[in-house]
Design a protein around this ligand. Structure first.
Ligand code: NAP
Length: 265
């Protein structure tokens, strides 16, 4: 079995990476950064986002496993002292693959369009001041947004930025995307729905800035792009999914409870 490894770069993550290589070598696992079957990330959810984007062109053949060095993560759900158990399972057992939906994003300009995949979300803001943008759903006008920004998240990204904005937490078995507002201006002149909106897989939305010359700040997970000349951004549930190797069950709602509520002990 071939594996790749990405660590956060801090001292503890690097130490754990060395330990994992040694354990994996003992078990006959092959370290292969080019064409791995399993990609292991050591750090936090942010490290797993990096690992996802490094291997986003190989999603049809790779699965991901995340080890956290601090608090429990949503993607990084193995503890550092469980390393020997994880490596043993990687060497000897067939994991269940849990597949999560992704966001497909098309940024359109007069000169063409660029596609992106997001595991968590796309965040749209204006570089200078208030973002003004028309939101269209399934090619019909929905609302004219004015405010700090718009976040379009995947179900697994719903526990990230989306949750801080009061968006719903969505189980990743639901193929959907969620549109949440960041501080919309709502008064007698400007009006938006105010609550977040959840679209099913066969729907799409377009965000259309009325002034394409305004520079936009577009964040795709942790990657930030600043660009002017954007005529629209189209968001839909991707036809691709990301797979996580589940060597043991850890239900999504247990992770939500442990991360945000505590075990209740
Ligand atoms: P960061 O600013 O260094 O960390 C943001 C925090 O979000 C970290 O604690 C990270 O966990 C956590 N996180 C990432 N994905 C998550 C998920 N799916 N569910 C719950 N928590 C999650 O940035 P980063 O590490 O590069 O991560 C980028 C992500 O940060 C974005 O995709 C966005 O979801 C999130 N973010 C949140 C806010 C907010 O809540 N106000 C604002 C901006 C961005 P770890 O510590 O385990 O890495």
């Amino acid at each position: 079995m071939k594996y790749a490894l990405l660590d956060r770069g801090d001292r503890l993550s690097k130490q754990l990476a060395q330990q994992l290589h040694a354990l994996a070598n003992d078990k006959g696992l092959i370290h292969d950064e080019e064409a791995p079957e399993v990609v292991v990330s050591i750090g936090g959810d942010g490290t797993l986002l990096q690992a996802f984007h490094r291997y986003e062109n190989q999603l049809h053949r790779v699965t991901f496993v995340g080890i956290h060095t601090g608090h429990l993560g949503f993607y990084a759900d193995w503890k550092k002292d469980e390393l020997p158990k994880l490596v043993e399972m990687m060497a000897t057992s067939e994991p269940r693959n849990a597949s999560y939906p992704l966001l497909h994003l098309e940024v359109n300009t007069k000169s063409g369009s660029t596609s992106y995949l997001a595991l968590n979300e796309c965040t749209l803001k204006s570089v200078d001041g208030t973002l003004v943008a028309a939101l269209r759903i399934n090619d019909e006008p929905f609302e004219m947004f004015r405010g700090d920004g718009i976040v379009i998240s995947t179900p697994s990204g719903s526990t990230g930025y989306n949750k801080s904005l009061g968006g719903a937490v969505i189980h990743p078995s639901l193929e959907a995307l969620q549109i949440a507002e960041i501080a919309s201006i709502n008064n007698r002149v400007y009006r938006t729905l105010g609550s977040s909106v959840i679209l099913p897989k066969h729907h799409h939305c377009d965000i259309v800035p009325p002034d394409p010359e305004k520079e936009l700040h577009i964040a795709i997970d942790q990657l930030v792009v600043q660009m002017a000349g954007v005529t629209s951004i189209t968001c839909r549930v991707s036809n691709q999914k990301v797979s996580f190797a589940r060597y043991r069950p850890f239900p999504f709602w247990n992770r939500v409870r442990e991360a945000f509520i505590g075990s209740g002990d």
